[in-house]
Design a protein around this ligand. Structure first.
Ligand SMILES: [Fe+2]
Ligand SMILES: [Fe+2]
Length: 140
């Protein structure tokens, strides 16, 4: 991967993080006044989660298509191990966010359960991306 690809990947990560922060704010339960407000916030969260899932789908596809073959060709066993783990995490992360999107639209799921499910998915994503950024920078 060249420097440009590495920078592009990092910029994409920033855009994803902005979107994630907006969703986090919409599903937060600490300052919500009533049920009507929760409904409005959750409708917004559902829309943003839909956007996030499709952005992640293309983000992961681009990573696999452009950055990953480059790493694979280097045949550094430590990097290959990290890469295999990152690769396997993509569908897991997508499912986790899609599950939150489904929960937000289900009136039987409590706002607190949604908040916690999102926090778990977000933490897993942050860990994934931090590891990826480190790997990209190593190769630039
Ligand atoms: Fe990734
Ligand atoms: Fe990524």
């Amino acid at each position: 991967m060249g420097t440009e690809d590495g920078l592009h990947a990092i910029l994409q990560h920033r855009r994803l993080l902005e979107l994630l922060q907006r969703i986090e704010e919409r599903v937060a339960t600490d300052e919500v006044e009533d049920e009507a407000e929760t409904k409005v916030r959750h409708a917004d969260a559902a829309r943003l989660l839909g956007e996030l899932v499709s952005l992640l789908e293309s983000h992961f596809a681009v990573e696999v298509a452009t950055s990953f073959p480059e790493v694979r060709s280097q045949r550094n066993s430590e990097q290959l191990e990290v890469l295999a783990r990152l690769d396997a995490e993509h569908p897991v992360l997508l499912n986790a966010f899609d599950e939150v999107r489904r929960m937000v639209g289900d009136p039987r799921v409590s706002p607190r359960t949604i908040e916690l499910a999102f926090a778990r998915a977000y933490a897993a994503f942050r860990k994934h991306e931090a590891c990826e950024n480190a790997l990209f920078l190593e190769l630039c």
